[in-house]
Structure formats: structure tokens, C-alpha cells
Ligand binder design. Structure first.
Ligand SMILES: C[S@@+](CC[C@H](N)C(=O)[O-])C[C@H]1O[C@@H](n2cnc3c(N)ncnc32)[C@H](O)[C@@H]1O
Length: 480
């Protein structure tokens, strides 16, 4: 290890910066955050230095560098654009055994400034020992998205209770066990949802009585398949669950991201083949929560759009089980974006209706007259099997046979396929292409825009999939 990572407490300790320009100001700001007692030395200072002096108690010495200026300093930073001066600063500090950092000159650094993820009081520092700062920054960006925002307030709360817990449990192992329980308890979700007072009350009562951990259910929307469409909250809850209850609509790529040691329970649902009936799933969630488990009920798309999330939440509420609901990107939003089809468009569609094709046999539970109106978009979920009936009913109620239709199979996934056709040809196209579930039907004028906007599928910003197949009428082309 080239550098030992330590966190130093600078509170009012002397730090000297040699330099009076922009770089010196940047370093000064970082050091002032840690309440360092700062002295800046330079023959002249930028305006920004004087501006800084108006807000902070810093000492300015207008002079050329002299080794005597470093006496008593805990840290020294050389931030001049003169290599000779920087070298002199390094030599002098090194001789006096003072930690020194010559900005952007790693061989002349006995300490370095790491990239920081700040969730005070939790701080994560990343360093590449000066070899690859851009790589370290990218890693920091990745970690930023993974470290939950609530970790700071949680650590603050823990800090406030540290001494009380110490006096309550004399043994280190007992204290550790207690904190483990707290981090597995609803104290975390209280903090997560901003209820610090509730969290504190709960922590106090956990201290008073050794209660059994309280279970909780997270109803999480996983989106249509591309793992990059998961929300940060979904990912966090997937990582903290003891049990994950999932079905076939959740992609393998997403299931890869659940906590490694979580128990996985499949309540596999495919249309027309409900391996676990909904009532049993509801009961399972309640039972697991009553056992004190953190349960992540993960669903494709959004849990409240044809996801039966409502029924599950009703059951949880009935049995006084704590729950959180995390929305997900619904299939209509995901499929339309990845197929280059805007669901509304000022020239083509002023409204959108989400419809299920999984309706009664005669289809009479839908308002076909309203669904058949022009200049609107229908996003039909679970419509593949019933496509002949849907097509017939819409045409019967006045929708033009030439209305454009897009069929999006496995939307947003690596194996996404998009077919465009007309309402009159919809069912036969589905049959001819052997369209498989999950597939979404987008019916309306906007579907024609797929041909114009399909190039979107080629750009990495819209999709990271490798080779989606797009079929427009009879023309078959692969996106490179
Ligand atoms: C039971 S519904 C669940 C909908 C989900 N809750 C949502 O918000 O997207 C299942 C239907 O959603 C649509 N669907 C879900 N994911 C899809 C995907 N990746 N591509 C195309 N259609 C999808 C299909 O119509 C599928 O039959």
C-alpha cells in the first residue's frame, strides 16, 4: 500500500498553503470544511483569496517562500505554478517531517487528497495513489449512486445513542448484536422516510426491551427489464431484504442485483398460468413479515399498474404490517422509449389509455367506443392472446383499419423485438412473428413514428442492448 488511508482531525490545527491563485483557493476551501487554521503565503494574491478572507479567519502572508514559514504546520500544500518553488516547499517540509502535498505532482506528495463521498458523518475516501485520478473519480460517481443518502442521518442517530448503549451493554459482543438488530429494524426505514423522531422513539424502545425484530415488506417496481432502469431506492431495498419474492416478469439481469444471501421465493406468474394464486402470495408476504423478516416483493414494471400491488398492500395494511412502495417504470413507458415511439405527440395523439387485454371473454367490460376514438394511443398490456378480439372490437367501434400498431416484445431487454403493422393486420402479424410474452401493443397514430425514430435504438444513451431486431412491415433490419 503506497498511502495509508487515515482520517485526520484538523480542528484549528495549523495548515500552510504556498500559493495565492485559483488552485490554492480550491485547496483552502476543502481544508476550511475541516476547520483547519489556514495560512496562505504568496508574493501576491488573487481576488478570490481576499473574498475567502471575508468569510473565513485566514492569515495571508505576502512574501516569497521561505522554509521558516512552515514551522509548526501540520500539513503543507504547494499550489504554485513555479516548479522550483514547489520543489523547495517539498524539500523543506520533508526535512521537517511535515506532511506535504504538491498539487498535481504525485512524486512530491507525502499525503494526497482522495475523492470523497460525503454522507457526513460517514465519509468514504477513494484514492488511486495519484496514478489514475479520473478512474478514481468514476468509481466515486458509481459509489455515489449506491450509498444511500440516509446513511448520514442514520450514523448521526447512532452517534447520539453510542454512550447510552455502551452503559446499557458492558460486553462488546452484546453491543455489536444490539446494533446489528437496529440496522435490521424499522429504525432504518424511519430514517429513510425522514421520520427521525419515530426512529429515535423506536431505538429507545428497542433499548428498553429486547423486542423481536419487526418485519416489513417492500413492494418494489423493477421496471420492464433493463437493469439500468431500476430506481436507486429499488436497488437499495433489494440489497437489504432477507427474502425476495419475485415472478417471471422480473428479468434475470435484475435478479442478479438482489442481496446475495437473501432467500428467493418465486411466485411465478405467466398469463393464464398462475403457479401461486394471488391470495397465497398475499398470505406469504404477511407471514414472512410476522416472522420479523424484511421482504422485498419485486414486480415487473410498476407495482400499481396491472401489478396487483394494490391487493397486496391492502392485505398488509389489514394485518398491520409495515410496508413501503417503490414505483417502477411501467412497460408502456419503457417499451415506447426503447422503440422510439412517443406515447403522445401534439400532431398525432392527445391522450393515452392503458388497457388490459386480459379482460372477460366477451370483452364487454371495456368501453370500446371510447377506446376506438382517433388521435389517442392505446397501450395494451397482456393483449397478445386476445389480439384478434381487440382488433375486431376496435374496428367495429370505428377505429380505422389502417391505424398504425407497434408490437414490442421483451421491451428494453437485450432481446427486444419491435414489429409495426396496421390494426387490420395486428393479430395475423402477432401470429406470423410468433410473438411471445411479455409483449405490449401500442395502437395509434404515434406507432408510425417508430419508422422515423427507430434510429434511437442504435444510440447507447437510449439503450445498452446489443442487437435488437426491428421489423417494419416486411423489411427486416438489424441495428448494428
Ligand atoms: C401483469 S402485466 C404487468 C405490468 C407491469 N406491472 C408494468 O407496469 O409494466 C404484464 C404485461 O405487461 C407488459 N409487459 C411487461 N413487461 C414488458 C416488457 N419488457 N416488454 C413488453 N411488454 C411488457 C406485457 O403486456 C405483459 O403481458
Amino acid at each position: 500500500m503506497q498511502y495509508l488511508p487515515i482520517f485526520t482531525k484538523l480542528d484549528n490545527k495549523p495548515v500552510v498553503i504556498i500559493g495565492g491563485g485559483e488552485v490554492a483557493v480550491r485547496k483552502a476551501r476543502a481544508l476550511l470544511k475541516a476547520n483547519a487554521r489556514l495560512t496562505l503565503v504568496a508574493p501576491s494574491f488573487d481576488k478570490a483569496v481576499y473574498a475567502l478572507q471575508e468569510s473565513f479567519d485566514i492569515t495571508l502572508i505576502q512574501a516569497t517562500f521561505d522554509a521558516s514559514q512552515l514551522h509548526g504546520a501540520m500539513l503543507v500544500i504547494a499550489a504554485t505554478d513555479d516548479e522550483t518553488v514547489n520543489q523547495q516547499v517539498f524539500n523543506a517540509a520533508d526535512e521537517m517531517n511535515i506532511f506535504v502535498n504538491v498539487v498535481d505532482d504525485q512524486p512530491k506528495c507525502s499525503f494526497i487528497f482522495p475523492s470523497i463521498i460525503d454522507r457526513s458523518p460517514i465519509t468514504i475516501a477513494i484514492s488511486s495513489a495519484g496514478t489514475a485520478p479520473v478512474l478514481a473519480r468514476r468509481l466515486r460517481e458509481k459509489l455515489e449512486t449506491l450509498v444511500p443518502q440516509h446513511i448520514g442521518p442514520l450514523a448521526e442517530l447512532v452517534g447520539r445513542f453510542r454512550n447510552t448503549v455502551k452503559s446499557r451493554f458492558s460486553q462488546l459482543s452484546d453491543r455489536r448484536q444490539f446494533w446489528e438488530k437496529v440496522f435490521d429494524s424499522a429504525v432504518v426505514s424511519d430514517i429513510q422516510s425522514g421520520n427521525t423522531t419515530d426512529a429515535e422513539t423506536r431505538l429507545k424502545s428497542m433499548l428498553e426491551a429486547e423486542s423481536k425484530p419487526e418485519g416489513e415488506v417492500y413492494i418494489v417496481g423493477a421496471g420492464p427489464g433493463d437493469a439500468e432502469l431500476l430506481t436507486l431506492k429499488a436497488l437499495q431495498l433489494m440489497q437489504q431484504a432477507d427474502v425476495v419474492v419475485y415472478d417471471y416478469l422480473v428479468s434475470d439481469e435484475i435478479m442478479e442485483l438482489v442481496r446475495r444471501d437473501a432467500e428467493l421465493i418465486c411466485v411465478g406468474k405467466r398469463m393464464g398460468n398462475h403457479s401461486v394464486v394471488q391470495e397465497d402470495t398475499n398470505k406469504l408476504l404477511v407471514d414472512l413479515a410476522h416472522q420479523g423478516k424484511k421482504v422485498c416483493r419485486i414486480k415487473g414494471g410498476d407495482p400499481f399498474i396491472y401489478g396487483r400491488g394494490g391487493e397486496e398492500v391492502q392485505e398488509l395494511a389489514k394485518h398491520n404490517v409495515r410496508y413501503q412502495i417503490v414505483p417502477g417504470i411501467t412497460a408502456a413507458a419503457g417499451c415506447s422509449a426503447y422503440a422510439g415511439i412517443p406515447l403522445t405527440h401534439r400532431d398525432h395523439a392527445q391522450a393515452i389509455q392503458f388497457v388490459t387485454g386480459h379482460c372477460k371473454k366477451d370483452g364487454n367490460d371495456l368501453d370500446w367506443a371510447s377506446l376506438a376514438k382517433p388521435n389517442q394511443t392505446l397501450a395494451v398490456y397482456m393483449g397478445v392472446v386476445k389480439s384478434p378480439d381487440i382488433q375486431a372490437k376496435l374496428i367495429e367501434h370505428g377505429r380505422a383499419e389502417t391505424t398504425p400498431v407497434a408490437i414490442v416484445e421483451n421491451g428494453t431487454r437485450k432481446n427486444q423485438r419491435v414489429f409495426t403493422t396496421t390494426l387490420e393486420q395486428m393479430a395475423s402479424e402477432i401470429e406470423a412473428q410468433h410473438v411471445q410474452s411479455p409483449a405490449l401493443l401500442i395502437i395509434g397514430e404515434v406507432a408510425a413514428l417508430h419508422q422515423e425514430l427507430a434510429w434511437f435504438g442504435k444510440t447507447e444513451q437510449v439503450s445498452s442492448f446489443a442487437q435488437p431486431i426491428t421489423k417494419v412491415g416486411q423489411t427486416d433490419f438489424r441495428v448494428a
